[in-house]
Design a protein around this ligand. Sequence first.
Ligand SMILES: Nc1ncnc2c1ncn2[C@@H]1O[C@H](COP(=O)(O)OP(=O)(O)OP(=O)(O)O)[C@@H](O)[C@H]1O
Ligand SMILES: [Mg+2]
Length: 385
Amino acid sequence: MENSVNTLIREETQPTSASVGDGKDHVVLRNLYKSFGDVVAVNDLNLTIDRGSFTCLLGPSGCGKTTTLRMISGFVEPSSGELLISGRSQRGVPPHRRNTSIVFQEYALFPHMTVRQNVGYGLKVHKTPKEEMNRRVDRILEFIGLTAMAERFPTSLSGGQQQRVALARSLVMEPEVLLMDEPLSNLDAKLRVRVRTELKDIQRRLGITTIYVTHDQEEALAMSDKIAVMNDGVLQQYGTPWELYFTPENRFVADFIGANAFVTVSIQQLTDAGVKLSIGAQSIELPRKAVAMDVEQQGAEAVLSLRPESIRIQAADTATAADELRALRGSVRMHQFLGAYIRYWVDVEGQEVIVDDHNPRARGILEGDVALQLGETETQLFPPE
Ligand SMILES: Nc1ncnc2c1ncn2[C@@H]1O[C@H](COP(=O)(O)OP(=O)(O)OP(=O)(O)O)[C@@H](O)[C@H]1O
Ligand SMILES: [Mg+2]
């Protein structure tokens, strides 16, 4: 199987703008700003998206994801700022001249057309010669595993199959940039996981620059080379899934990606080697290298973020003195057995800490007083709200 969008779907058609400006920066957003009346939907957004990469725009409802995607596609005009694709400003360039293609949440397939007709529709509108159209449609149907369904109508397809038709319909247009707005949100949880794996595989094989909107953090982690986390129209952090998970730059990102407990602490002592924190009547010492700090002041109040899987839980009476430096005492308030792990909500000095025990059979279900051993892995200290 060929693995470039040019050779696979573009075939022997004439080279287009995709081959121009072969720099690594493919889509560049510079101080992009969009307001609707009083509402600032996207506020001064800067992003550089690599050619061939998979980028997610992630954030809660209303944070400006769709507006950003629509500005890239040309359906929404920015109030100010600049958008470059392959180094060229897109100001005034209408959507159909941008070489981008959007897959929406509602696949909007034509019910009276077969799969083949649906996929070929855009080519037909562009008056592509019939022979070339058939060849391109056939290739893409085969690539995406829909050949056997070519003559069927959308209503006779499952949600996941319809989703693939919608994707084929976009890919057959040979876009330089593929844009997707929550394309899997109509599928049930299991199918969503399967289709996202397929989608990612297709994207990798084609090497097509893809910008994907979701508010599902797991989807973003699973699929992305890079994630842009947004809140209230403002970019919070842009980085790899690994960076966002392990080194969130602020509390919003720490909270939005993965589970986290936030514990208010006060900084007792700062040395080059470690940081001593007090939580109510208890204190702990963490190695300095394990703590990314936004707070550098002794005596200051701070918020310690703790990942549930980074804490080891044991019955209080089995904890040894050697554990004490990084251990907190608490009592189990509630638990849920979730098969692969048990999630505990533990009261520590009136604050709540979430702990996941990923080896439930080793300890069984714990109740009452427990000791929580904080991991060696990175944790963050943020300023108080
Ligand atoms: N055409 C419009 N007119 C007025 N306000 C709009 C318009 N489009 C979007 N907005 C507002 O801009 C903000 C961002 O909307 P947007 O659709 O980009 O959010 P989103 O991140 O895609 O949210 P969701 O996850 O719910 O789809 C919202 O406050 C929304 O109400
Ligand atoms: Mg949206």
